[in-house]
Write a protein that binds this ligand. Structure first.
Ligand SMILES: Cc1cc2nc3c(=O)[nH]c(=O)nc-3n(C[C@H](O)[C@H](O)[C@H](O)COP(=O)(O)OP(=O)(O)OC[C@H]3O[C@@H](n4cnc5c(N)ncnc54)[C@H](O)[C@@H]3O)c2cc1C
Ligand code: SF4
Length: 393
């Protein structure tokens, strides 16, 4: 059964009516970009949907995308309604309001101050780069965004369409950029040396190039496994029958597992070193894993991958346990797990510390490591503010 991404009109009304309009706005304080659910829900309760749209987009240049994928660990976790029954589904309310009530015809365009005659370059058109651009426009700069890939959105393009239709990323972007002569997008252009842009007349650079140091397994036979960015970006190339293994236990691993199942693998199994309660997944991820009948093998470490004579792959595993809080292999527990057609490694990434220099500011996951869309947006907004301070001081 196809899952409904947006609340229906009746569900939206029901959620709106549950808001207690708390005076101290815990939801706003918990949102990394300080979006104000109490305010936009208040408007929507009175039928003031245009004001609700304006309230969301004032704080968040990717409000609809956030509404579909923000985890429940921010505004929803802070929602005091959970003391009575359950928190308001704030991200879903946000997505539904923008999907239903934001149109090109009625959208009130942002008014910017007079151009200040200065140009800024933004490297990377993921959430951090987009947020930085949106903020710099408000200071009166002209912006050139350089994106190495052939589309905007960065890592968001790896999220399965069933969770995030990629047209939503473009929809958010279009409200910022369409018809806006102050922002110029250059797709398919990689910038390796940010300081080279100063020669082109830019007075500052935001570097928002995302995470790139993907963690390897470091085991024999690693070459038989596929890294998650390659798999998620090109999963249609890997549609095979049989069994798929995913090594890793976070949200990205969950997306790989669900994608493999949706693409027709009969058995999809996740191999996780720790306990099920240690898995860094959201409630939505858990629900998706259950709905797609994904198997999860916990307290298990993959120590080797080998190729069988028939071309299938074997995972060699050992069981793990905690010893004084440290994870260790349990001796004599080797179990070979044969007959996989596909093995995907989804272990996350490490971050190399980045040092801002004069008028070159780093933002988003390239600075902080793998995070969430709303944290990357917040980092982009903050970088824009700091760059503006450096330029004007
Ligand atoms: C599979 C997956 C699922 C996820 N699910 C969720 C979720 O459900 N909820 C959530 O909140 N977050 C989720 N995230 C995390 C979220 O997508 C990231 O935190 C966010 O996209 C980071 O934004 P960013 O702008 O810092 O980097 P990115 O999104 O990685 O964007 C960086 C951009 O810079 C470009 N670039 C890199 N180098 C150069 C260069 N030299 N020159 C020009 N351009 C360059 C890249 O092509 C890319 O477009 C998920 C991530 C993945 C991978
Ligand atoms: S942007 Fe995300 S965290 Fe912030 S209020 Fe909206 S849904 Fe909640």
């Amino acid at each position: 059964m196809e899952k409904k991404l947006y609340l229906s009109g009746a569900q939206l009304k029901a959620e709106l009516s549950r808001c207690l309009q708390c005076k101290n706005k815990p939801c706003m304080n918990a949102c990394p970009v300080n979006c104000n659910p109490q305010e936009f829900i208040g408007h929507a309760q009175k039928g003031e949907y245009q004001e609700a749209v304006e309230s969301i987009t004032r704080y968040n240049p990717m409000g609809q995308t956030c509404g579909l994928i923000c985890p429940e660990t921010f505004c929803m976790k802070a929602c005091l309604r959970s003391n009575l029954d359950s928190p308001i589904r704030i991200p879903s309310v946000q997505a539904a309001i923008l999907e239903k009530y934001r149109t090109k015809e009625n959208y009130k365009k942002q008014e910017y101050p007079k151009l200040n005659g200065k140009k800024i370059a933004v490297i990377g058109a993921g959430p951090a780069g987009i947020a930085a651009s949106s903020s710099l426009l408000k200071y009166g700069y002209e912006i050139d965004v350089y994106e190495g890939f052939d589309k905007i959105g960065g890592a968001l393009n790896l999220i399965p369409e069933s969770r995030l239709p990629h047209e939503v990323i473009n929809k958010d972007w279009s409200f910022l950029a369409d018809g806006n002569e102050r922002i110029h997008l250059h797709l398919g252009i990689s910038i390796q040396d940010p300081s080279s842009l100063f020669k082109k007349g830019f007075c500052g650079v935001i570097v928002a190039t995302g995470e790139s140091n993907f963690i390897n397994l470091g085991i024999e036979g690693e070459e038989y496994s596929l890294a998650y960015p390659e798999y998620l970006r090109h999963h249609k190339r890997y549609i095979l029958e049989g069994n798929a293994a995913i090594i890793g236990g976070g949200s990205v691993a969950a997306d790989c597992a669900v994608t493999a199942k949706q693409d027709g693998y009969e058995n999809v199994e996740m191999f996780v070193r720790r306990r099920i309660s240690d898995m860094r997944v959201t409630n939505n991820d858990r629900q998706e894993l259950l709905e797609h009948n994904i198997d999860i093998t916990t307290m298990t470490r993959v120590v080797k991958i080998s190729k069988q004579e028939n071309g299938l792959l074997t995972l060699h595993t050992v069981k793990t346990r905690f010893n004084n809080g440290h994870l260790e292999d349990i001796p004599n527990t080797e179990i070979p797990r044969p007959d996989f057609r596909l093995i995907i490694k989804a272990l996350g990434s490490t971050v190399t510390p980045k040092q801002d220099s004069n008028k070159i500011i780093f933002a988003g996951d390239c600075k902080n490591g793998g995070s969430t869309i709303v944290e990357a947006l917040a980092s982009g907004l903050d970088a824009a503010k700091r760059l503006h301070q450096q330029i004007t001081q």
